[in-house]
Ligand binder design. Structure first.
Ligand SMILES: Nc1ncnc2c1ncn2[C@@H]1O[C@H](COP(=O)(O)OP(=O)(O)O)[C@@H](O)[C@H]1O
Ligand SMILES: [Mg+2]
Length: 303
């Protein structure tokens, strides 16, 4: 869907916000671009959407060069910007018609109705924007971007500064869009969001793409698990035979924790047999997968 080749961006100030970015976005996927503030997420999205001119490199959207075939490329894109830009005295409906006109496409009331219904905005269609709640305004921003019937939708920090409930709603809206075949690229610095939504994750830091990987594979590769065994009888210290790397006794002596890398040589068999030999019995156990958050912090700090 999108092919980004050797993109760099140095702003007029001399600041380089993107360094040799290469990235391919597949059709129909949800791609999360994850990175701390100032990493270059908005700059990269703006470059793809033709709002920022790259200093070098090429980008194609649906095969169209964003520079030489700007119109064709742009016609495939919907952008939900980071900031709330809405005409507050307009109604929801007129926002839709205006946006469609802006994209240079023919007025299409049936399309607006479909979009507004899908986003649960239909009963608000004649309301002025200023009368809407923050959550509804966010939805209008998405609805507006959808008037272009985009093959690919960009959401730049869609949930920045929104409350928990609204965030939940936004995530559901994004999942729904994907179900209907839209390619979605979202930027976020909320790791849980990427963890929940994305098919693939790209990590950007200081203008460089550090990693692009299938989310599940990334979680598996980088992930650690912790095994917790609830002991039948509290221990004062770990028996000698049980002292293998990654094994620790909880402060109150009631649990043994074992932190291990997921995969073949996990060391669990060794642990269990040494427990048996030492005569330590447990009544139940728990495993916990490390979150993407830990993985992310590790990666950013590594480089
Ligand atoms: N117009 C500009 N002129 C100069 N520097 C800019 C401009 N826009 C953004 N930057 C800088 O580029 C870096 C990346 O910004 P941005 O792409 O907005 O990051 P993000 O969206 O990941 O927070 C930041 O250090 C920012 O200050
Ligand atoms: Mg940004």
């Amino acid at each position: 869907m999108i092919e980004i080749t050797n993109i760099t961006k140095t702003y007029a100030s001399g600041f380089t916000a993107l360094r040799d970015v290469n990235l391919t976005i597949k059709k129909g996927e949800i791609f999360a671009l994850l990175g701390p503030n100032g990493a270059g997420k908005t700059t990269l999205i703006s470059a793809i959407c033709g709002l920022v001119e790259p200093s070098g490199g090429t980008i194609t959207v649906g095969g169209f060069d964003t520079k030489k075939e700007y119109r064709q490329a742009r016609s495939l894109i919907g952008l939900v910007p980071q900031e709330l830009f809405l005409e507050i005295f307009e109604t929801v409906w007129s926002t839709m018609t205006y946006a469609r006109g802006f994209y240079g496409k023919k007025d299409d009331p049936e399309l607006y109705e479909q979009i507004l219904r899908d986003l649960s905005l239909w009963d608000k269609k004649d309301e002025k924007i200023q009368a809407l709640s923050g959550g509804m305004k966010r939805r209008v921003l998405i609805a507006r971007a959808l008037t272009n019937e985009p093959a690919v939708l960009f959401l730049d920090e869609p949930t920045a500064g929104v409350d928990v409930e609204l965030r939940r709603e936004m995530l559901d809206v994004v999942k729904d869009l994907q179900k209907r075949g839209t390619t979605v690229i979202l930027t976020t610095h909320y790791i849980e969001e990427a963890e929940e939504l994305a098919d693939r994750i790209g990590i950007i830091s200081a203008g460089e793409i550090k990693l692009v990987e299938d989310k599940d594979a990334l979680m598996k590769r980088m992930g650690h698990k912790t095994l917790s065994l609830n002991l039948v009888q509290n221990l004062e210290k770990l028996p000698v035979g049980v002292q293998q790397e990654g094994v620790a006794l909880s402060p109150d002596g009631s649990q043994i924790h074992y932190s291990y890398k997921t995969g073949a040589n996990s060391g669990i068999t060794t642990l269990l047999s040494s427990l048996k030999e030492a005569g330590v019995a447990f009544e139940d156990l728990d495993t916990e997968q490390s979150s993407l958050e830990e993985i992310f912090v590790t990666l950013i700090n590594q480089k």
